[in-house]
Design a protein around this ligand. Structure first.
Ligand code: GSH
Length: 220
């Protein structure tokens, strides 16, 4: 299938407010591809069964490409969609010297922070003895703090993760920042992260998607 077919057809994003589908929804808006979103309520057995048939992990985001192919993994979707719209500058091209850092940071966020948030919010899945779940949550919170410190160091000097221009990394990171338990403390410790969260939320095509997902930017 050629690039035109990939761009021309309709994408279907299975998501849920406040979930990892927020960044993918924002990217679909930014790249201007034809798409629809389907909300999968946590208690909607029928919708969950449909999602499970597409993605055995029954997780959102799950993206159905125009070809019918199923895509899971938020970071992969963001890179894929940003690559479809090279003029958007949301993903440096393969020849761009910033490409390696772009890929590194996208996978860093997915493999580290996203996973730590899953331990934080779904702690009972990570320990056989339910009595230990609180300890898993506390350890995840510590790890999240550490991983934001490392991220902040990696993106210096800023203002955006890759320098002067916003990219998919900033959008992905801004969504994950919103999941941080004590956001005010995070933003006080890391003003560069707060600035990214504000700039991403202020983007006219991202703001509406953020509102649908209840993402509130930090005050100035
Ligand atoms: N590695 C996946 C993780 C997706 C994920 O865990 N999504 C959460 C919502 S943010 C979910 O659907 N959880 C429901 C469940 O696991 O039961 C990605 O990056 O897309």
């Amino acid at each position: 299938m050629g690039a035109r077919a990939i761009k021309g057809g309709k994408y279907t994003l299975y998501g849920r407010p406040g979930s990892g589908s927020a960044a993918v929804e924002a990217m679909l808006e930014l790249t201007g591809v034809n798409h629809q979103t389907i909300d999968v309520g946590k208690a909607d057995a029928e919708a969950l069964a449909k999602l499970r048939a597409l993605n055995p992990l029954c997780q959102v985001p799950t993206l159905v490409l125009p070809s019918g192919e199923i895509m899971t993994e938020s970071a992969a979707m963001l890179v894929f969609l940003a690559d479809l719209a090279p003029k958007s500058g949301l993903a440096p091209g393969v020849d761009d010297p910033r490409r390696a850092k772009f890929l590194r940071l996208m996978v860093y966020l997915s493999a580290n922070l996203y996973m730590s948030f899953l331990r934080f919010y779904y702690s009972d899945r990570y320990i056989a003895d339910p009595a230990g779940a609180d300890a898993v949550t506390r350890a995840a919170a510590e790890q999240i703090g550490f991983e934001w410190r490392v991220f902040d160091d990696l993106i210096a000097p800023g203002p955006f993760a890759l320098g002067e221009a916003m990219s998919g990394v900033d959008i992905y990171a801004a969504m994950l920042m919103d999941w941080t338990d004590d956001r005010d403390a995070l933003f006080a410790r890391h003003p560069r992260l707060a600035a990214i969260a504000r700039a991403v939320a202020a983007h006219p095509k991202i703001g509406p998607a953020w509102s649908r997902h209840g993402i509130v930017p930090p005050s100035a």
